[in-house]
Design a protein around this ligand. Structure first.
Ligand code: NDP
Length: 234
């Protein structure tokens, strides 16, 4: 039976690849956006995850159309890089609010539906940087590390109700941004990645889809790296 799947930030980038993978598998997929609308075939709901009222309204809209959300992919995220000594408190808080507190807001709302369904899958999109740290990314790395604690706490609280919570930690993913790197810089980065290339967004989507599949029914509290081996050992 088609599941009700919600992907935050699924209007573009990695989130869109994830949404399309679920759609291709026959699920009913909704994505959040902040004004851009959603690509053809996906149900778009307007939602800024920093606003609890918008989160509540978005879930109500999705559930009216597709039924209770059974698979949540918390993918929406931002960066606002800067060295620690120059990082303002507002700059730190803004990234934590979108990436970590935003994931808490959607997970909390999703949990109430999943408890009623007595099943559910939550997947949080973190980053290799959440585990390794990143110079100039104290706010982003802290937010992405926080997702591990959030997910593992949910895994413990809700496991007995048939709900799993896992993290996917991508490394470098091919995007418009990485396409603009010079060949020299790209080779430098490839030198640190055992698979010597960037991931495609579809490769991240593959791991997410697996975590939401029956094959992963006994996997919870896990952190699955999709980083070409970049973070091995953490
Ligand atoms: P993009 O910048 O391409 O897209 C970000 C998405 O998040 C957009 O859909 C954006 O919506 C949404 N978003 C941002 N802030 C909010 C908010 N406050 N409320 C709701 N939606 C919001 O990012 P990517 O596709 O590259 O990344 C997706 C996820 O993967 C992020 O969590 C990122 O940290 C993580 N990641 C990315 C890597 C990479 O190499 N690209 C590597 C590792 C992790 P809108 O269109 O409205 O702006």
């Amino acid at each position: 039976m088609a599941r009700s799947v919600l992907v935050t930030g699924g209007n573009r980038g990695i989130g869109l690849a994830i949404a399309k993978a679920f759609q291709a598998a026959g699920d009913n997929v909704a994505v959040t956006h902040r004004g851009s609308g959603a690509p053809e075939g996906l149900l778009g709901v307007r939602c800024d995850v920093t606003d609890g009222d918008q989160v509540a309204a978005a879930f109500d809209e999705v559930e009216a159309a597709h039924g209770r959300v059974e698979v949540l992919v918390a993918n929406a995220g931002i960066t606002d890089d800067g060295l620690l000594l120059r990082m303002g408190e507002e700059q730190f808080d803004r990234v934590i609010d979108a990436n970590l507190a935003g994931s808490y807001r959607v997970a909390k709302r999703a949990a109430s539906s999943m408890l009623r369904l007595r099943r559910g899958r939550m997947i949080f999109i973190s980053s290799v940087v959440g585990l390794s740290g990143g110079a100039g990314q104290a706010n982003y790395a802290a937010s992405k590390a926080g997702l591990v604690g959030l997910s593992r706490s949910i895994a413990r609280e809700l496991g007995s109700r048939g709900i799993t919570a896992n993290v996917v930690a991508p490394g470098f993913v091919s995007t418009d941004m990485t396409d603009q790197l010079s060949e020299e810089r790209r080779d430098e980065i490839f030198g640190q990645i055992p698979l010597a290339r960037f991931a495609s967004a579809d490769e991240v989507a593959g791991a997410v889809q697996w975590l939401a599949s029956d094959s992963a029914a006994y996997v919870t509290g896990a952190v699955i790296p999709v980083d070409g081996g970049l973070g091995m050992g953490h």
